[in-house]
Design a protein. Structure first.
Ligand SMILES: Cc1ncc(COP(=O)(O)O)c(C=O)c1O
Length: 376
């Protein structure tokens, strides 16, 4: 089976993990700090704005508290979003207000967002679909005009930039995921970015019980180092030296990952461009970069499901991300989102990862063409 996503891990990660074992400290420690520092440099930011956590979903949930979003406040979420974004808003007892998206990029545009702004809107929880940048100039102008917080979910945008600046560094909070299905993987882990370093300080406490003073060895002040106080009912959501060891080695490999993914992306572009029944991803705007996380095609003839089955029967696994939140019954939102409905019924994400050989990619292309000849 050709997988749709797949990590690339090797001896380098194993060697680094062995060092952690040998150190006899597998908890949060020096490697987590080193990873935060390296990631801050990777996104062109500074360590006083960057903080790691155990997963990006934690970042979504915590962003509600960190941005001081109250029960009853409205948060705008594109309906094509990760379920964790919807859950984060609803678990906070805030009102999730959905907006439609662009049919081709699957990203919300400023005009989609503006349509649903009310006097109760406090924030936009934006998704950069598959790490493809939203139009941040117009969205930030809109957010500033209405005094809205912006939370950027760039879970998959580990190398994505908008006009030369890393995605995730535009809004109040940005976040990237390093779970098992991402590009940079470490089992589970995430980085949060804060525009304001004070918010990073707040998050640092929130993600560790709200502890005011560190206990144990790190506490050099108190006579009785087991005593403490808290400033909020915080969580415990941290990376550790094992996950950070993997993440550090993966970070070094990112340029190579991007090169390989770009080649696969280009092969699909060239191999599929002649198929009139398909729309391919749009090319990037100047000075913007994708991370090539998804390669999403769109059927123009309503045959997406048949195509997915045809490919799977021939050993090629594909998927569609993300099932629109207005169609999730438990949210009870519903509504009219014509572009998102089109997207959800016609989009298919093809296999793309570092370990795909050109023979694999050609096989995917040939099988899609074969389907086209038979049925389109
Ligand atoms: C868009 C998006 N946001 C957030 C997440 C959550 O990431 P994590 O698995 O690190 O919690 C995912 C995971 O698939 C995602 O795709």
């Amino acid at each position: 089976m050709i997988n749709v996503m797949q990590p690339t891990l090797g001896q380098e990660e194993l060697n680094r993990i062995k060092e952690v074992f040998d150190s006899n400290w597998i908890g949060k420690g020096n490697l987590v700090t080193e990873f935060e520092k390296a990631y801050a440099a990777h996104i062109g930011s500074t360590t006083d704005r960057v903080l790691s956590t155990n997963c990006c979903s934690e970042g979504l949930f915590s962003s509600m508290h960190l941005c001081d979003i109250q029960p009853g406040d409205e948060v705008i979420v594109p309906t094509i979003s990760f379920v964790g974004a919807g859950n984060a808003v609803c678990a906070n007892r805030s009102k999730m207000v959905l907006c439609d998206v662009d049919q081709r990029t699957l990203n919300a545009r400023a005009r989609d967002i503006e349509k649903v702004i009310t006097s109760k809107t406090k924030a936009i929880l934006l998704l950069h679909y598959g790490g493809i940048p939203c139009d941040m100039d117009s969205i930030m102008t809109l957010a500033n005009a209405y005094n809205l917080k912006v939370i950027e979910d760039c879970a998959a945008g580990v190398c994505s930039t908008y006009k030369g600046k890393a995605l995730g560094t535009f809004g109040d909070i940005g976040m990237w995921s390093f779970d098992a299905m991402k590009i940079l993987v470490c089992g589970d882990g995430a980085i949060l970015h804060f525009k304001n370093p004070e918010l990073r300080e707040k998050a640092d406490k929130w993600l560790y019980f709200g502890l005011e003073a560190k206990s144990g060895y790190e506490n050099s002040v108190a006579q009785k180092w087991w005593e403490f106080d808290i400033s909020c009912f915080g969580h415990r959501a941290i990376m550790n030296n094992v996950t950070a060891a993997m993440a550090l080695e993966q970070l070094k490999k990112l340029p190579m990952f991007m090169e390989k993914r770009a080649v696969v992306h280009e092969m699909y572009n060239k191999g599929l461009e002649s198929l009139a029944w398909l729309d391919l991803p749009l090319s990037m705007e100047e000075n913007c970069n994708s991370s090539y996380y998804f390669y999403h095609i769109q059927t123009k003839n309503g045959k997406r499901d048949e195509l997915a089955r045809y490919l799977r029967e021939r050993g090629i696994y594909t998927t569609y991300r993300y099932f629109p939140l207005h169609r999730v019954p438990y949210y009870g939102i519903g509504g009219d989102f014509p572009n998102a409905d089109y997207v959800a019924d016609n989009t298919l994400c093809l296999p793309i990862h570092q370990s795909l050989s050109s023979e694999d990619v050609e096989r995917v292309i040939d099988t899609i063409k074969e389907f086209g000849k038979k049925y389109c």
